[in-house]
Unconditional design. Structure first.
Length: 590
């Protein structure tokens, strides 16, 4: 029986347990192409043999930049790691300058890219990356070497004994990967994660995910270059879950209906879009169908787990599930019985409504530096509490510092930041990683995140403001797509708001009013401003007088990664947003 201590042990463990025929599945030319566990291992060994023939040494760095998750990524990952080299995943949509910085900082000597667009960006800067020997592509691209050349180069098994030797020399404590976090300011930081960091996190999280071995099917589309999705893929391999890779975020709805997954990982933004789409369809209904739809929605928004609402509520819920919510589930493939959410705070209303619809979302919490999972909800054994990120996983210790910061200790805590001892010493003190998040643990052991330490600010009256608390509350409004709370050193909190333009246009049709054709016209429309003011006033009621958002200004732009408003993990780049809307800031505060 394979003992799992290094990342490349996962596929061998899966082979011991069950040789899946569809271990990894990618759509190519309209057909889902399956790779079995055995083929996955065979190809990874072929890649390892090829890399040794190319002169790859222990601790060499190989970068992979892929626009989509795919079988080739995983084969390369195992093939690289078996040689004792490190896999450096890079987020595809960052700037060429960031490509250049990461490739130079990591010292990557080869780079594997998915497609023409990524290749174009690498080609623009490769003359500034002296270490880079060659670029290979997964797609067939004229003028670029293809990854299949390695499958040919490694075909002869004569040096497999050297691969085995390299594998045996890889220790659990050895560096496996460097993940560059986008950060909200400055240059990306290289988080060094060992095999032990990630393996321990997979095994210590495993008991929280209710999989039946060999009977589950996953849809994977969140970026694999982030540790959240990557760790989940190792977890799927551990449990013998068949992994189907989504083509792109635009095609995810079609892919879900083709694959009919039982599980997938999500980010809150995606769930908001799914819910908005369902809600919009409900608005188009008429008569009894419409009344039934909104009766079910209102019922779902009051959902509490474990029958806490009592017998009468549960009886009504059964009816709502049969008449309304079952259709929601069918729209998501029909088999989906678990979603795992990470990367940002999940609105409690989404937690309630999806659990009511029997598609529970298990919210978790972690950071790249903690490999990533620290805590996660689990529907079983009363381990699910809405508004929290669940209970701490096995073998991880959490303590709350005097100022409320969450400190984490355990085998999942990173080795440190690559080539930055000073920053490492600042982040890890006496074995505890300082997360930068503020939180609390309740009497039942559930962890609740209340804010980012660095993002809290004081008004000129000396009152502390937690912007994330306010932002998360305000985003419950369907009129508000994005919001940033401001007011550091000012007399009151205020906000920049990007309206949900799609929903505003539906609202316009529904009420037979005119709000303008362009986003610019919409944000200057008095009816829109009044309506959003109503929403802000209602949601303000949850907060103390000093915390309430007293003024806001609407922005015409769609806040995006490309626009610089958001990091690749969809967190606000507060400094950049402030710079973009400095005129609005002056308009608010004078």
């Amino acid at each position: 029986m394979t003992k799992i201590t290094r990342l490349f042990d996962f596929p061998y463990y899966q082979l011991d347990k069950q040789n899946l025929l569809d271990a990894l599945v990618t759509k190519q030319d309209g057909v889902w192409v399956k790779t079995s566990t055995q083929e996955y291992i065979d190809k990874a060994n072929t890649i390892s043999r090829a890399l040794l023939r190319m002169g790859i040494q222990k601790n060499d760095k190989i970068a992979i930049i892929s626009t989509n998750n795919r079988t080739e990524w995983n084969i390369m990952d195992i093939g690289i790691l078996q040689t004792g080299a490190q896999n450096i995943p890079i987020y595809p949509t960052i700037s060429e300058d960031d490509y250049e910085y990461i490739l130079n900082h990591s010292g990557a000597i080869y780079c594997f890219v998915s497609d023409e667009e990524v290749l174009r960006k690498v080609n623009l800067i490769k003359h500034n990356v002296p270490n880079l020997k060659d670029i290979f592509s997964f797609n067939e691209i004229k003028g670029c070497k293809n990854w299949k050349e390695l499958l040919v180069l490694g075909e002869d098994q004569i040096n497999q004994n050297l691969v085995e030797e390299r594998k045996n020399n890889v220790k659990a404590e050895d560096l496996a990967t460097i993940i560059y976090t986008s950060g909200t300011t400055g240059k990306p930081k290289g988080v060094m994660l060992s095999h032990k960091n990630i393996v321990s996190n997979v095994l210590d999280s495993a008991s929280r995910i209710p999989f039946e071995k060999g009977k589950s099917r996953a849809m994977s589309f969140l970026p694999i270059c982030h540790i959240f999705e990557r760790m989940i893929l190792y977890l799927y391999q551990y449990y013998g879950v068949s992994i189907y890779f989504g083509e792109s975020i635009d095609k995810i709805s079609d892919n879900i209906n083709e694959v009919k997954p039982t599980v997938m990982t999500v980010v809150p933004r995606l769930l908001e879009k799914v819910y908005d789409k369902i809600y919009s369809k409900g608005l188009q209904l008429t008569g009894i169908k419409r009344r039934l739809f909104f009766w079910a929605v209102n019922l779902g928004l009051r959902y509490k787990p474990y029958g806490a609402n009592g017998f009468w509520y549960e009886t009504q819920l059964k009816i709502a599930r049969k008449l309304i919510f079952s259709k929601w589930k069918t729209g998501l493939g029909g088999n989906l019985d678990l979603m795992v959410s990470g990367s940002a705070a999940l609105q409690p209303r989404l937690s309630r409504i999806f659990a009511a619809a029997e598609i529970p979302v298990m919210e978790g919490y972690g950071l790249t530096e903690t490999s990533p999972v620290i805590a996660v909800n689990d529907m079983r054994n009363h381990g699910f509490q809405i508004g929290t990120v669940g209970k701490i996983i096995d073998n991880v210790e959490i303590k709350i510092a005097e100022d409320g910061e969450i400190l984490c200790k355990g085998p999942n805590v990173m080795m440190g930041y690559y080539k930055d001892e000073a920053l490492t010493k600042e982040a890890i003190v006496s074995g505890y990683f300082h997360t930068g998040d503020i939180g609390e643990i309740d009497s039942e052991g559930f962890l609740k995140i209340t804010d980012r330490k660095k993002e809290m600010f004081k008004t000129s009256g000396g009152k502390y403001i937690s912007p994330q608390l306010l932002e998360n509350a305000m985003k419950q409004s369907r009129f508000i797509e994005q919001i940033m709370v401001i007011g550091d050193g000012q007399k009151m909190p205020a906000a920049f708001i990007q309206p949900n333009f799609e929903f505003v246009r539906e609202w316009e049709k529904l009420h037979g009013i005119s709000v303008g054709k362009t986003n610019e016209e919409i944000i200057n429309n008095s009816k829109v401003i009044e309506r959003i003011q109503e929403e802000v006033d209602i949601l303000n009621e949850k907060f103390g007088n000093w915390e309430k958002i007293k003024r806001f200004e609407l922005t015409p732009d769609i806040w995006s990664i490309d626009g610089g408003h958001l990091t690749p993990t969809l967190k606000l780049r507060r400094k950049i947003v402030m710079e973009k809307y400095i005129d609005l800031f002056h308009k608010i505060y004078g």
